[in-house]
Every structure is written in C-alpha cells, then in structure tokens.
Ligand binder design. Sequence first.
Ligand code: OAD
Length: 245
Amino acid sequence: MDSATAAIGERLKRARSVVVLTGAGVSAESGIPTFRGPEGLWQQYKPEDLATPEAFQRDPRLVWQWYDWRRQKIARASPNPAHHALVQMERIVPEFALVTQNIDGLHRLAGSQRLIELHGCIWRMRCQAEKTVRENREVPLRIIPPRCDCGSLLRPDVVWFGEPLSVETQVQAFAVAESADVFLTVGTSALVQPAALLPAVARERGAFVVEINPTSTAITPFVDSHLQGQAGILLPKILSILSKD
Ligand code: OAD
C-alpha cells in the first residue's frame, strides 16, 4: 500500500467525526454509468430533456421511460467493495455520516445507516398533486407514466436540475460537514451545487479533506490529499488500516 493511503487510514483512526460525500463514481464499479465521464449519461442524453421539471411537464412518458430504464439497470446491480467499506467505517468511527448524491439506493442496500440522500431516491415516487411519497420497486414499470390513486401523475422522488434540495436535507448535510475532523469526497466531479460546497465548508471549519477519484476534479486544488484511484480499491485499503489495533 502506498504511504499516502496508509497515512489517511492512520488519520481516520485519530478522528472523532468522519463525513463522506459520494457521487456516481462510487457506483461505477457496480456497473451503473456516471454522468460526466466519456461513457457518462450526459454524453448520450440531455439533462434538459429528462431531468428537469419542465421536461416532465412536457413529456412525462419520456422521462419515466428513461427512469424505468435506469431502475432496471440499478435493480441488477449490487453494492461493491466501496459501499461495503463505508458500512464498516460507520461501525468503527465514533461519529460518522454519509452524504450521497446518488439516487440508486446502493448505500442503503449495503447497510449504511447514517445516510443523507441529497438528490432523493429512484425507488420512491411522489404524487404531483398530494406531494405524498411512497416506495415503489416495480421493475419494469407496468404502466408508464405511473399515477397516484388520486389520478395525478407520480414523479420520481429525486431532485432535478433547477429544483432546490429539501431544506431539512440541506441543513443536515451542512451541519455534519461543519463538524467533520476528516472529510472524504469520493467519486464525484464536484460540479453540482450545493453538494460541491460541502468539502469546502468542512475544510473551512478545520477538517482534513481527502479526495478519492481516478482523475482530478474541480476541487482537487483545494483538498489536503488526493488519492488517485478507484473507490472500490482504495476504500477497502483505508479500512484495513483503520480496523487494525
Ligand atoms: P459525475 O459523473 O459528474 O462524476 C463522477 C466522478 O466519479 C468523476 O469525477 C469520475 O472521475 C469519478 N469516478 C469514476 N469511476 C470511479 C471509481 N471507480 N472510483 C472513484 N471515482 C470514480 O457524477 P457526480 O459527481 O455524482 O445530479 O454528479 C453529481 C450530480 O450530477 C448527480 O447527482 C446528478 C448529476 O447530474 C442530478 O441528477 C441532480
């Protein structure tokens, strides 16, 4: 193991509060496409056609077909070593929180408990009229677009471009970031706000910020340490140091 990775493990051992921010890169090794890589979803599709309230208003069927396709892909996927390492980390660290931009539900499936899903969850639907939220795991969907018992359209319970995050979620995410001794930003291009602000906020409050990503990102110049590599390899390595007495 290289010395930088080992040093992060040792630093985590001394930390009281550890916060991890994850993005699509964490699920890449589970076979779920990221958004902005060479094979990313936003190379093939336009966000304004599929991931905005206006797109849904214009063509709910098209938007739901795309989400149904993504749900089918995610349903076939399993948590990978990165997800599992974060579950173990939560068990060891005194205060731990996982903030994710992912909507695939793989962190929960792996067993993470203190989890803040910033952008919602693809396995929930929300009634456009009543605003009620329900879990729905039907794959593939029998009827597209799905409707509530009240007759109104159901939408994916996710955050789309141009929509604010729920205030409660945002407050929780910033509160944990502010209290972190060590903050790990893993598998995110750090381009979407307000998630991308979290590492900066943590650092301003004194956290040691570590980035785990095979490539450099918008926040690489501002982190304390950049471990270049895949989350599914590096997180288990860090965990192995952290779990040693
Ligand atoms: P992106 O697709 O923008 O970035 C994924 C990052 O993961 C890139 O920086 C990759 O280099 C990195 N990566 C790829 N494979 C990896 C691996 N095995 N281990 C670690 N890192 C890896 O995805 P996000 O940053 O999550 O929002 O995107 C943020 C938001 O933009 C998403 O939540 C979504 C999207 O539009 C909404 O839909 C609102």
